[in-house]
Ligand binder design. Structure first.
Ligand SMILES: [Zn+2]
Length: 343
């Protein structure tokens, strides 16, 4: 009798338990290429997490000076960020680059929010930010987005809204405060130290590599001036330069370069000027430039487009194309920062 019971138990073990053991071992091995059902539940988990963060995030309202309508406007922060990304980055860029831009835009705004201890826009009274790209950061209203994109409006707008929604509430912080954000179009292969451009020392700006931008439309450009034009432009700001068409080539000298290979200062005639000033005076793309004097003309060859501090938008796009996520992109260009929900 006892032996019969043992045999029955053994049969039950073989028929019922062993197969399920094998299945469970097998399914662990195939975890890496998860079956569709598992992927779906992962997506559901993620969306729950996103929803949770949206609940936690107390979205502020931002007061914007809209220089198109010349009026102050109060709008939810996330809606404002959509208008900034639409203005600052081509919507055809990689999604992770758009997300990095959204976080950068949100961080800049967060640092200016007067309701959170920021100082607001220094140009327009009563505004947290203005829509002028040379002052706070570019922002365009929906009407302008429609004008820019025409029949691509729905497609482009959807991509930008997605980038903003998927980073909803996130900003870059250092010591728990929003960082001071700088970004620009195209680097020369390296970023610039903030102190070289804005005379401020901020620990999260270092000279880092920014590869993959050689194909960018404005990576290399040459600016051409006649000797007369060159001197006239310079003398408009520095009338005592002592320049003349006969001595020009000998009297234009680069004195030093920054660690990123951009020009730091130059001697033009009797005047010592910073490259950042020289760039503005001649409307150059960047401070990475060199001179050629040929046949009565001054050729200024430039590399990159923008001041070079922080994230290069073309560099961000190149990193995204290599499979990097927006957090990796931001942490590459802004060193030692945290990415947190704005509180
Ligand atoms: Zn402003």
């Amino acid at each position: 009798m006892r032996r019969w019971i043992d045999v029955i138990i053994l049969i039950i073990v073989i028929i019922l338990i062993l197969p399920s053991l094998i299945v469970s071992i097998f399914s662990k091995k195939t975890d890496d290429d998860s079956p569709p059902s598992l992927q779906k539940s992962q997506e559901e988990d993620d969306s729950i997490r996103i929803r949770e963060s949206q609940v936690d995030y107390n979205e502020p309202t931002i007061t914007l000076y809209d220089h198109y309508s010349k009026a102050l406007e109060s709008i939810p922060l996330e809606e404002y960020v959509v208008g900034v990304v639409a203005a600052e980055m081509p919507s055809t860029f990689e999604m992770e680059a758009l997300k990095a831009q959204a976080v950068a835009a949100r961080t800049l705004a967060a640092g200016k929010l007067r309701s959170r201890g920021g100082r607001g826009c220094s140009k327009y009274k009563g505004a947290d930010v203005c829509s002028e790209f040379i002052h706070c950061q570019a922002w365009i209203p929906e009407s302008q987005q429609r004008k820019n994109w025409g029949d691509k409006y729905d497609e482009n707008s959807q991509r930008i809204v997605q980038a903003v929604e998927e980073t909803r509430g996130y900003i870059m912080t250092y010591n728990d405060k929003p960082i001071e954000v700088f970004f620009y179009s195209t680097s020369n292969g390296k970023t610039e130290d903030v102190a070289e451009v804005f005379s401020a020392s901020l620990p999260y700006y270092e000279v880092v590599d920014s590869p993959g931008e050689e194909e960018a439309p404005r990576y290399k450009e040459t600016f051409t001036f006649t000797y007369d034009q060159f001197i006239k432009i310079f003398n408009s700001k520095y009338p005592k330069s002592g320049l003349s068409t006969s001595n020009l080539a000998e009297r234009v000298k680069i004195l030093s370069w920054t660690d990123s290979g951009r020009v730091r200062d130059l001697m033009i005639g009797d005047i010592r000027v910073k490259a950042t000033e020289f760039r503005i005076l001649y409307g150059l793309n960047s401070t990475d430039f060199s001179f050629r004097f040929e046949e009565g003309k001054v050729y200024i060859d430039t590399t990159g487009y923008g001041h070079g501090v922080g994230m290069s938008q073309l560099g961000a796009n190149a990193m995204a194309r290599q499979g990097q996520e927006y957090r990796d992109i931001l942490k590459h260009y802004y060193r030692g920062i945290d990415i947190k929900i704005l509180d």
